[in-house]
Ligand binder design. Structure first.
Ligand SMILES: O=C(O)c1ccccc1NCC(=O)[C@H](O)[C@H](O)COP(=O)(O)O
Length: 258
């Protein structure tokens, strides 16, 4: 069993438990108390130069604890001041030491659109994400059948949210392109063994259709990495660990994308 399989098994059990306690109708009613979705893809497209999705990430299965003095609202403000286009907030508790409250607090602390970074296995989670204020959700193609992806995407579109569709190889990209969303992320990290290779992005960027917003994810640590990606035509990036390890998150963000 790979780490992704393990995470997904935990998530299915968690969703079965949580969905028994709150119906989709109840979550949708709660969502009306949130401000309307902030355009996530639009914010990336509007940003000149390098466009950054800055991730609020306390820990990970591959690296353990990343940020001991974890402070989601302070990190959100620092990312915005440093020039990020969007936020990503990990909400998975078991493997990333995340929390729904972190997303709520981060979004309230800034004006940036926020991706709920979690492992979606059921449309119920989309209603839950919107009830927390999330502006976008993640579909990991490796985790879902085509029918499941379409169902989860439809739930997001219905609620005015964007969908970041994450792929790792050509076959997954082909499956992703059956969806409506044209916000495609290539995860440089193999979620089965945690190895990171920028070749994943370099290989796939040429196969993304015109008009697609294309995001390189994971393992990016420096401005030089982003410039190398830019040589291949990539201008949107999702970065977590490299920014979260800096004492001065705002300065690190600015240095990464200025
Ligand atoms: O980060 C991990 O170890 C991980 C393990 C298993 C599934 C997903 C994982 N990460 C989620 C992500 O996609 C990253 O947090 C994100 O792309 C940022 O990556 P990084 O800049 O390397 O922190």
């Amino acid at each position: 069993m790979t780490m992704l399989d393990t995470i997904l098994a935990t998530k299915r059990a968690e969703v079965a438990d949580r969905s028994a306690r709150a119906s989709i109708a109840a979550l949708d009613a709660r969502a009306t108390e949130q401000t309307a979705p902030r355009g996530f893809r639009a914010a990336l497209d509007a940003k000149p130069g390098h466009a950054l999705i800055a991730e609020i990430k306390k820990a990970s299965p591959s690296k353990g604890l990343i940020r001991p003095d974890f402070d989601p609202p302070a990190h959100a403000r620092a990312y915005q001041a440093g020039g990020a286009a969007c936020l990503s907030v990990l909400t998975d508790v078991e493997y990333f030491q995340g929390a729904d409250d972190y997303l709520v607090a981060a979004r309230q602390a800034c004006d940036l659109p926020v991706l709920r970074k979690d492992f979606n296995v059921d449309p119920w989670q989309v209603a839950e994400a919107r009830s927390l204020g999330a502006d976008a959700i993640l579909i990991i193609v490796a985790a879902l059948s085509n029918a499941q992806m379409a169902e989860i995407e439809a739930a997001a579109i219905e609620r005015g949210m964007d969908v970041l569709v994450e792929v790792h190889d050509r076959a997954e990209l082909d499956r992703a392109l059956n969806l409506k969303s044209r916000l495609i992320g290539v995860n440089n990290r193999n979620l089965k063994d945690f190895t990171v290779s920028f070749e994943r992005t370099y290989e796939l960027v040429g196969h993304a259709p015109a008009g697609c917003t294309f995001v390189a994810e994971s393992g990016l640590t420096s401005r030089a990495d982003l410039d190398a990606m830019a040589q291949h035509g990539v201008r949107c990036f999702l970065i977590g660990e490299a920014l979260m390890r800096h004492a001065d998150v705002e300065a690190a963000t600015r240095a990464m994308i200025a």
